[in-house]
Design a binder for this molecule. Structure first.
Ligand SMILES: NC(=O)c1ccc[n+]([C@@H]2O[C@H](COP(=O)([O-])OP(=O)(O)OC[C@H]3O[C@@H](n4cnc5c(N)ncnc54)[C@H](O)[C@@H]3O)[C@@H](O)[C@H]2O)c1
Length: 447
């Protein structure tokens, strides 16, 4: 393919050189004549392992060149990649000045282009940027229509400085927010030789994936540092602690616990997080990340209550009370705390929980419920039908198999508040659907 690349900083120069190596004809564009001259002279504008050699070879082969002129770079190109900087403004918001300017230039060049063109945003930008800034800017500048004459995608970049050439050729995953089939085909063709899965999704999901991914990396670093600091204070080697923790690929470093849903609870997580926080306090060590985990969870629980209260309905039916489905363990169950919040807000609550028989609750389980929800025996109903005929709102707080037909038989007048986002549940009969921290009722993985 012929490819134009806007922005010859870290991302643009690495991408340009690597795409040239893959056999494409690449022309880079930058507002800096110095960077353009450097590329054309076979030099790398940034210090990156292996890049100087790659650029020298590809420029010599005629596969890579650079220009300050967008129109020249886009002549005959099927694809443009935008890799300009999107730094933080002083108020913390993303500064889209360079991006807007690049979009203007691409739009003008697109007006002269023949055939279909795909514009791919690789710069990190807040969700909504492609739909609300890039597409209108390109349409204004070119007089052409998105979807018909050109496609605009968001394709987050995950390479790391220092190992970026290796990362380019061995991506963990390619993600593209792309809603135009012809552009999706361009991207599939582009990445086919690398054999990394291409995850096609909506523009906004792809934009958000980039921020979520970087926030997650930052969170992991801060977490490891707090665990290390606490461990050091106790005379323990935190590096060994984290090395062992990271060896667990089933629970610790895995997709588990990474699904948006209801608040956590149970007999272990809340108390153990609290102990760590207290250990920090006793040592006089500040661990703000660990100290705020329970607060974050409490706010999530409050949001669940607000979601139910916002329906302005009086009679609430809760499906599921135990802290983990398929058990009868009520200890630390967030659903119990939710029921208390609803009762305090003067709602009438009924609960269907097939795993709980009050007369059979024993030991700590019984002690917990007597303290946390002493009125439970008055609230439990014995059948889903009883719950359905009582409730104006059904709150799905568990994932027992028995709940699926209950949700499906909701009446149009009833609202479903879904705290668990259970994909297998199927479409609810209720006309109103409120998801805990997602928008659509049926979750369909994009890739
Ligand atoms: N650096 C990384 O490791 C990395 C990794 C993933 C994603 N990103 C994202 O990629 C984007 C680029 O990052 P970077 O580190 O390469 O930035 P950079 O600052 O190194 O390079 C940006 C380049 O864009 C050029 N530019 C600005 N306006 C232009 C225009 N109108 N036309 C053409 N060129 C223009 C600048 O002169 C500069 O050379 C950012 O959004 C960043 O958040 C960076």
């Amino acid at each position: 393919m012929r490819i134009a690349i806007f922005g010859l900083g870290y991302v643009g120069s690495v991408t340009g050189a690597c795409l040239a190596r893959m056999g494409h004809r690449v022309c880079g564009v930058d507002v800096s004549p110095v960077k353009v001259e450097m590329i054309n002279a076979g030099h790398s504008p940034v210090l990156e392992r292996g890049l100087e050699k790659l650029i020298t070879e590809e420029v010599r082969r005629g596969a890579l060149r650079a220009s300050c002129d967008a129109r020249e770079a886009m002549r005959g190109a099927e694809l443009s990649l935008v890799c300009v900087g999107t730094p933080a403004r002083h108020d913390g918001n993303a500064d889209l000045t360079h991006l807007r300017r690049a979009v203007r230039e691409i739009g003008r060049a697109l007006a002269l282009a023949h055939g279909f063109h795909t514009v791919v945003m690789r710069s990190t930008a807040p969700p909504g940027t492609v739909r609300n800034v890039v597409i209108p800017g390109l349409e204004r500048g070119s007089g052409r229509r998105a979807g018909r004459d050109f496609g605009a995608c968001f394709h987050p970049e995950f390479l790391r400085e220092g190992t970026s050439i290796h990362d380019f050729f061995h991506p963990p995953l390619n993600v593209a927010g792309c809603e135009v089939p012809r552009s999706a085909r361009h991207l599939l063709e582009l990445w086919k030789p690398l054999r990394a899965p291409l995850c096609l999704t909506t523009l906004e999901v792809a934009e958000m994936v980039k921020y979520a991914s970087n926030a997650y990396h930052a969170l992991k670093v801060a977490f490891a540092n707090e665990i290390g600091t606490l461990s050091k204070g106790l005379g323990i080697d935190g590096r060994e602690v984290m090395r062992i923790l990271a060896r667990d690929r089933k629970l610790s470093v895995s997709p588990l616990y990474l699904r948006p849903g209801f608040a956590f609870g149970g007999p272990c997580l809340p108390k153990d997080v609290q102990v760590l926080e207290r250990l920090g306090r006793r040592q006089g060590v500040e661990v703000p990340l660990l100290s705020n985990i329970l607060e974050s969870n409490a706010r999530h629980l409050r949001r669940a209550a607000d979601l139910v209260l916002a329906t302005r309905k009086k009679r609430i039916g809760v499906l599921g009370l135990v802290f983990k489905s398929q058990t009868d363990d009520l200890r630390g169950s967030p659903a119990c705390a939710l029921v208390q919040l609803l009762l305090r807000a003067n709602r009438q609550v009924r609960i269907y929980e097939p795993r709980v028989e009050i007369s059979r609750l024993l030991g700590a389980n019984r002690a917990f419920i007597e303290k946390a929800l002493p009125q439970l025996s008055r609230l439990l109903v014995s059948s889903p039908q009883e719950l359905l005929s009582f409730s104006e709102v059904i709150v799905l707080a568990g994932t027992h198999g028995e709940f699926a037909p209950v949700v499906r038989s909701l009446r149009k007048s009833q609202t479903l508040v879904d705290l668990v986002g259970w994909a297998r549940m199927g479409p609810p009969g209720a006309s109103g659907y409120r998801g805990m921290c997602w928008v659509q009722p049926a979750y369909r993985p994009a890739c």
